[in-house]
Design a protein around this ligand. Structure first.
Ligand code: BEZ
Length: 229
């Protein structure tokens, strides 16, 4: 009988698996070093590859925007520290791409030659590659809980505007106890819980709150202006 390899796949709502690691910014103790902050832990397949380079330049350029949202970035690949350092230096010194140049990657990039961390986070997906991490993204909240996970294949670069949108959406959902409709962006109406804080279904259908719009008893939205977020 064929033996199936068990692969750890962390799940939404679970504590982020803990690890210590060597990175381009020194050693880290994950996730405890990030308590009280959001963190995006993401993997890329390999240093000195084109899609990964375009991703790192984009993410590094957006780092101040993520910091302003109380979110730190942590990268990982199964390459070693000296490869990481040489690649990041090449990016800074030589690569000009889509108006980005002289890009310094100031967030930690984990070396994971043993694949220990990649294994814990289900980043090695053998159907795609046995030797490289797929493009995984873990959103981890200030309490160390995994809140969202995205996996992309090797040949497809991620959309970093979407990562930022998802982060803002989750932070806003937490703060206002609401849910976000399809394609929500700051300033758009948000979905109110089916029962509770916004009155009964009957109240809502009768339009007692002018900021609430009900499409049916189970589907009500309310205004949440951008400047209130
Ligand atoms: C890239 O980043 O370009 C890449 C890495 C691994 C496989 C395919 C593409």
């Amino acid at each position: 009988m064929e033996e199936k390899q068990m692969i750890a796949m962390p799940r939404i709502g679970e504590a982020a698996p803990a690890f210590t690691a060597v990175t381009t910014q020194g050693n880290i103790n994950f996730p405890s070093d990030y308590q009280g902050k959001w963190v995006i832990l993401f993997s890329h397949p390999a240093d000195f590859t084109p899609v990964c380079t375009s991703e790192f330049m984009t993410f590094a350029s957006m780092q101040p925007e993520f910091k302003a949202l109380n979110c730190e970035l942590v990268g990982l690949s199964v390459d070693g520290l000296y490869s990481h350092i040489a690649w990041l230096r090449t990016i800074k010194e030589k690569i000009e791409y889509k108006g980005m140049k002289n890009v310094e990657v100031n967030f930690p990039l984990i070396e994971d030659i043993t694949m220990e961390v990649a294994g814990k986070y289900g980043m090695i997906q053998p159907g795609e590659s046995n030797t490289k991490a797929v493009r995984a993204v873990f959103f981890i909240d200030p309490k160390g809980i995994i809140r969202a996970i995205i996996y992309y294949p090797l040949a497809l670069g991620r959309n970093f505007d979407e990562l930022k949108r998802a982060l803002i959406a989750m932070q806003t959902a937490d703060k206002f106890q609401v849910a976000m409709p399809a394609d929500w962006r700051p300033g758009d109406d948000v979905i109110v819980p089916t029962a509770g804080s916004c009155g009964t279904a009957k109240d809502r259908m009768e339009k007692k709150d002018p900021d609430v719009t009900c499409y049916d008893w189970f589907f009500c939205t309310k205004k949440l202006p951008k400047d209130k977020i």
